[in-house]
Design a protein around this ligand. Structure first.
Ligand SMILES: [Zn+2]
Length: 364
């Protein structure tokens, strides 16, 4: 057992070091999928994978961090804490569940303090069949130029135009338009890409390597940036399948707080396209699959989207002055990682509960 605060890190390099040390302490072998690029400080990047349990286990729980790079401060903390948590490890082992930790699905975004991959792609909108026509997000096309104006901070004219759009269509429609995923504007926000990203291809390889014998598969994918601060929303993360939803809700829901869904409007998340879980149906078609995204709130939606707009503006304007660069980066970190012990405590307690519930569900 380690202290909760000790499990978290303000920098990618430190988070990775803690993950590797946690694996070593737990006696686990790490396979590192080296990333072709470096971090902001020149550090090496990798998607690090460790299996705790029998390689041939029929029951497997996958716990992933940093699908959305900068959200990895949260997910990495959960993984590091779990590696040192003897009670948790003993429970999974006793119930015949192997646990696959994938640290930093998107290490480039994590190390650069961005939500997207090095391709400027939202990894959780990138899992589509790119040989087919891509979804068209018309509302995003209306908003793109307003979201990423020439000047940052936005001019009063930009703010008036943006407010007018939101007033006309509502905050929910704004969130849906911006976050749903778009495939037309490569420099835009929530861009799903034109081809599979490095993280997409590498994660598929990890799945093929570790799920050949899996009969029952669960996945908890750790995210931040939506909902009330510190609350971990359990968002159903499978295809729209009634049996899978019933299972997810039986494992992770309560009558007062059912597992939420993007299919029926019960989630604070909008309906999204190109989601990562679709890889499971491609790579592990024979496994019974049950999954949630565990989505922790940080700041209000308008502040989070504001931070993302600033981040994308900066990506287009590398000539920005150093003080503006620093303030945008600090704003991004705050939007996806609440740096308090209270928040970290809420993160660990809710993730730990969800992981225990997954093991009970898988072994029932
Ligand atoms: Zn996320």
């Amino acid at each position: 057992m380690i202290g909760i605060a000790e499990a978290f890190s303000p920098r990618y390099a430190e988070a990775r070091q803690k993950f590797l040390a946690g694996c070593a302490a737990a006696g686990l072998t790490v396979e590192s999928h080296a990333h072709p690029l470096a971090g902001r400080d020149g550090e090496a990047l990798a998607m690090d994978v460790a299996l705790d349990g029998d390689a041939n286990a029929e029951r497997l729980l996958i716990v992933t961090s940093a699908c959305h790079g900068v959200e990895g401060h949260c997910g990495s903390g959960v993984q590091v804490f779990a590696l040192h948590d003897d009670e948790w490890r003993a429970k999974a082992k006793a119930q015949g569940v192997a646990v696959l930790y994938v640290h930093a699905l998107n290490p480039h975004g994590f190390a650069h303090g961005r939500r997207v991959t090095q391709e400027n792609v939202d990894l959780n909108r990138n899992f589509l069949d790119f040989s087919q026509p891509l979804p068209v997000n018309e509302a995003y096309a209306e908003l793109h130029a307003l979201l990423l104006p020439e000047e940052w901070p936005p001019t009063p004219e930009n703010q008036v135009a943006m407010s007018a759009w939101i007033e006309r269509h509502g905050a929910t429609a704004y969130q849906a338009a911006v976050t749903r995923g778009q495939y037309q504007f490569e420099d835009g926000v929530f861009f799903g890409g034109k081809a599979p990203t490095w993280s997409n291809s590498t994660f598929r390889q990890v799945l093929r390597q570790h799920t050949a014998g899996t009969r029952r598969l669960a996945w908890i994918d750790l995210h931040t940036g939506l909902g009330p601060n510190g609350l971990g929303e359990r968002i159903f993360a499978c295809r729209d399948d009634k049996a899978a939803y019933a299972r997810a809700n039986a494992w992770w829901g309560t009558p007062a707080a059912p597992v939420t869904s993007i299919y029926d409007g019960s989630s604070t998340s909008a309906f999204l396209t190109g989601l990562m879980w679709s890889a499971i149906y491609d790579e592990c078609p024979d496994a019974e699959f049950t999954a949630i995204a565990l989505e922790y709130g940080t700041e209000p939606m308008m502040e989070v989207t504001g931070a993302l707009r600033a981040d994308h503006w900066l990506h287009k304007h590398p000539e920005a002055p150093a003080d503006l660069v620093a303030s945008i980066r600090a704003r991004m970190l705050a939007a996806f990682y609440t740096d308090t012990d209270a928040w970290r405590g809420q993160v660990i307690s809710q993730a730990r509960q969800a992981m225990f519930q997954a093991v009970d569900g898988l072994s029932a």
